[in-house]
Design a binder for this molecule. Sequence first.
Ligand code: ADP
Ligand code: ASP
Ligand code: MG
Length: 432
Amino acid sequence: MTTVFKFGGASIKDADAIRHLTPLIEDHKDRPLVVVVSAMGKTTNKLETLLAAARDEHRSDDYRKCFEALQAEHREAIESLFDDAQDSPAERVDALFDELDAQHQKHRGAAYAKHYDQTVCYGELISTTIVAAWLNHQGTATDWHDARELVRTDACHQAANLDWPATAEAIGERLAGSDRVILTQGFIGGTAQGAATTLGREGSDFSAAIFAHCLDAREVVIWKDVTGLYNADPRRFDNAVQLERISYGEATELAWHGAKVIHPKTLGPLQEKAIPLTVRSFETPDAAPTVIDAERRFDADVPCCILRENQVWLEVRPRDFAFMDEPRQHDILGHLVEAGLHANLVDSGAMRFAICLDDKPERLAPMIESLEGDYAVRHEDSLTLLTVRHPRQGMMDALGADRETLVERRNDTTAQRLFRSRDCPETWHIPD
Ligand code: ADP
Ligand code: ASP
Ligand code: MG
């Protein structure tokens, strides 16, 4: 039966990290093994910077500088890995950089989202070309596959929706039954017309779930720089503890509320086929992992905290003395859908409708301007939303002590408080 591994940017950030990959793959003897890989390190961020420069006619020097720096980083990794010119992917990678450059020239006048997908996808195309060459160089028989031809989507660029039947057919036809390592890209897909698409930032986890679902895999292993899923980001909470086992539903809630460790779309396709997801450390592979499956018994054992920073609170009121009734709420949410924004918290009253959102100025500013045509709009930025799943008695008050709570929401499983970021600590502590 198939196993799917997923490696994120940190696990292939440089030549040393890529070297470290071989034993993890070699130690897993069952085939087929599908290995889904992200772009190296922070390449996607750098490609976004490159894209911004490409779209600005006054920044051609910046564009060239960013392009060359990115190419140099990848060349350095290749030179460190391959002393044997015969196995080196240097020429193929240079050709991919040439293609990237050509795509920028071709799409610079096109809509942003389409230009984004035709260029940012090269992070993954390049990283997987290097990793596949490395595994073959090490004697691990590996086939490279182009996910643009396997993960079939609509043309909703930057947030493409899957065409599941076409994807299942393409993946089944090309990959089922292989006795080799199958190496492919996370995050990217393609339309029937051959345009590249992307599944949303951090979407490689979702890609792994897509391959697992379509191949009826036995297991998905996501290799991370943490030993598993914790009850809070261990970088931000000094007493975070690792969760041993939680359900698909609970993991989806954590991801949906902003736990950045797994993409929220990952769990659904796995749950449907009862495929367990293991989150494991690529640095200490023998450390006990977190298992996510159908078992719900442990979900409420430990409270889980999630921070969502860079939030904006938007209060919308009718200009006349009318109520904030359903047609008006519907209208406001329609603006949100059109802007492609997600409401992290909603609160409504007779004369107001209020929403907490991620601060994405390029989407938010035009939406506010358009809302101001019909409503009085007030907004405050630089806020932090704290969400706690299964809070203990008194916990929210302890977490809110010493700072003003701007908004609070609570139901039987989840509590949320909104704070000013300047009142929040850099490192948090989960109260007993
Ligand atoms: P990758 O690039 O492999 O997808 P990410 O950086 O997206 O890896 O995810 C790993 C990071 O997620 C960790 O370094 C950690 O700081 C952060 N993180 C946030 N919330 C959690 C959590 N609840 N449990 C574990 N890690 C978390
Ligand atoms: N490389 C993409 C990103 O940085 C996808 C991923 O890493 O999951 O968002
Ligand atoms: Mg990630």
